[in-house]
Design a protein around this ligand. Structure first.
Ligand code: G3I
Length: 413
C-alpha cells in the first residue's frame, strides 16, 4: 500500500571532471543523437549488471560525457537547485558548487529554486520583499541559457509561510487584498523574465477535498482563482500552473483538480496547465495510470509539466521506508538498473501522451543524491536513498541514461 503523505524523488547525473565546465548545448533544435545515447545505454547496462556497488557507476561516465539531456528535446528539461544562502547552493564558489554547475549547464535548460522563491524568502515582512537571492539565481540561469520555472506564489506549508502572514489579522476582504499584493508584487518583479509559475501549490487533499490550509480558512477556495487572476494581471505571458503531488495515479485528487480547471476555463480564470510533481515510487503509480492522468489534462487543452520528479529506491511514504519488504541500504546495480528503467518509462510516457504544443517540461527535484529532500530531516527519517540522476560524488547514474533514452526515442531497458 502506498500511503503517501508526501511525494517525491529525483536524480542527477554526469561526471563533472570530464564535462569541462562548458555550457553544454543550449540549442533546443539540435537533433537527438540516438547513437550516442544507445552506446551510453549499453555501457551503463553492463555496469549495472556487474556485481559492483553503486560507487562504480562512475565507470559509465566515459559513455555519457558527451550526453546532454536538454539537447535531445525541444521542451524544457529542468532541475531543482539549492541557491541563495542554502548550504548546498549551486552558486557557491567551492567544489560542491562547481560540480553542480557543470552538471546543470551540461544537461538542463531550466532551473527551479528548491526553496528560495517560496513565500517566506520573497516576502519576509508585510511591507518587505526580498528578491536578492532569486535575482542572483535568475542572472546565473540567464547567463547559461537557462530559464527559471518559478516556484511558488501560494503554498500552505508551514515552513515557508512567513510568520507575519500566519499572524495577519483581517476579514476575507483584507486577506484578499493582502494576497493580491503578495502575488502581484512578486509576479510583476519577474514578469517577462520567467516563462512559468507554480501559482498555487498543493491546495487539495488526496481525497479530493480542498486542503484546510490557512488560506482556505481565511478565504475559502476563492484564494486559488484570485491567485491565478492576480498572477496574470501582473504577468501577461507566463504559463500559470496549478501544481500538486499524487496526481499521476488518477483518482479523487486528480479529478478535483480537473474539475477546478474546467471551472476556471468556463469562467475565464487564467490557467495554462497542471504541474505533476511526481514524487513517485519505483513501482507506483502504474505507467498506464500516469498516461491516463496526463491524457486527461491534454484533453482539456492544458499543458502538462512534470515539475518535481524523483524516484527513491525504498518507499519513503508508507512509514517503513522499505523496498519492497526490507530497507535497501545500498544502491546495487540491480536497483540502479530498475531505477533507470523507471525513469525512462516515465519520461517516455510523457512524450508518448503529451503532444509537443502542450509539453511544459520535464524537471527532476534535485541535482544529486547528496542533496535531496528525501534524505533530509524534513522527512523525519535516518535513511539514505538515491532518488536522483547523479550520485553523491556527482557521477552519472544509470538513471541519467534512462532519461536520455526516453528523450531520444530509444527503448527503455
Ligand atoms: O533555512 C533553514 C536553514 O537556516 C537551516 O540551517 C537549515 C537546517 O536544516 O534548514 C533550513 O530550512 C530548510 C529549507 O528546506 C532550506 O534548506 C527547512 O528546514 C526545510 O523544511 C526545507 O525543506 C524544503 C521543503 O520543500 C519545505 O519548504 C525542501 O528542501 C524542498 O525540497 C521541499 O520541496 C517541496 C516543494 O517545494 C513542493 N513539493 C514537495 C517538495 C518536497 O517536499
Amino acid at each position: 500500500m502506498h500511503n503517501l503523505k508526501y511525494p517525491l524523488i529525483l536524480v542527477c547525473l554526469l561526471t563533472f571532471t570530464a564535462c569541462g565546465g562548458g555550457g553544454g548545448s543550449g540549442n533546443k533544435t539540435s537533433a537527438p543523437s540516438s547513437s550516442a545515447v544507445s552506446s551510453s545505454s549499453s555501457s551503463v547496462e553492463s555496469s549495472s549488471s556487474s556485481e559492483e556497488s553503486s560507487s562504480s557507476t562512475s565507470s559509465s561516465s566515459a559513455s555519457v560525457d558527451n550526453l546532454s539531456l536538454k539537447s535531445l528535446v525541444d521542451f524544457p528539461v529542468g532541475v531543482a537547485v539549492s541557491a541563495g544562502n542554502e548550504a548546498n547552493s549551486l552558486l557557491l564558489d567551492n567544489t560542491n558548487g562547481t560540480a553542480q554547475r557543470v552538471i546543470a549547464e551540461q544537461h538542463f535548460d531550466q532551473l527551479t529554486a528548491g526553496n528560495i522563491m517560496k513565500m517566506s524568502y520573497l516576502h519576509p515582512g508585510i511591507d518587505t520583499f526580498n528578491f536578492t537571492q532569486a535575482d542572483a539565481l535568475l542572472e546565473y540561469a540567464n547567463n547559461h541559457d537557462m530559464t527559471i520555472h518559478a516556484h511558488t506564489l501560494i503554498w500552505h506549508s508551514d515552513y515557508q509561510v512567513p510568520n507575519w502572514m500566519k499572524n495577519f489579522a483581517g476579514d476575507k476582504a483584507a486577506w484578499s487584498a493582502m494576497l493580491q499584493t503578495h502575488v502581484q508584487t512578486i509576479a510583476a518583479h519577474f514578469s517577462g523574465r520567467v516563462p512559468s509559475w507554480d501559482v498555487v501549490n498543493e491546495a487539495f487533499e488526496d481525497n479530493g477535498s480542498y486542503r484546510n490550509s490557512l488560506f482556505y480558512q481565511k478565504m475559502n477556495k476563492d484564494y486559488i482563482e484570485e491567485a491565478f487572476a492576480n498572477a496574470r494581471a501582473a504577468d501577461a505571458t507566463a504559463d500559470l500552473y496549478y501544481n500538486d503531488y499524487n496526481l499521476s495515479q488518477g483518482g479523487a485528487k486528480l479529478n478535483a483538480v480537473l474539475a477546478m480547471a474546467d471551472d476556471f476555463q468556463t469562467r475565464n480564470i487564467p490557467i495554462s496547465g497542471i504541474g505533476f510533481q511526481m514524487h513517485v515510487n519505483i513501482d507506483w503509480p502504474r505507467i498506464s495510470d500516469i498516461k491516463a492522468s496526463f491524457a486527461a489534462v491534454v484533453a482539456r487543452g492544458l499543458k502538462v509539466k512534470i515539475t518535481e520528479l524523483d524516484i527513491p529506491i525504498n518507499n519513503p511514504y508508507d512509514g517503513s521506508y522499505n523496498f519492497p519488504n526490507n530497507y535497501v541500504s545500498e544502491l546495487t546495480p540491480t536497483h540502479a538498473q530498475r531505477q533507470k528503467v523507471r525513469y525512462c518509462e516515465i519520461a517516455k510516457a510523457y512524450i508518448d501522451t503529451v503532444p509537443a504544443n502542450l509539453r511544459g517540461g520535464f524537471s527532476v527535484w534535485g541535482i544529486w543524491d547528496g542533496d535531496t529532500w528525501l534524505n533530509a530531516a524534513l522527512f523525519n527519517n535516518n535513511h539514505v536513498d538515491w532518488p536522483l540522476l547523479f550520485d553523491i560524488n556527482f557521477q552519472p547514474k544509470p538513471a541519467l541514461t534512462g532519461v536520455a533514452n526516453a528523450l531520444a526515442g530509444q527503448p527503455c531497458s
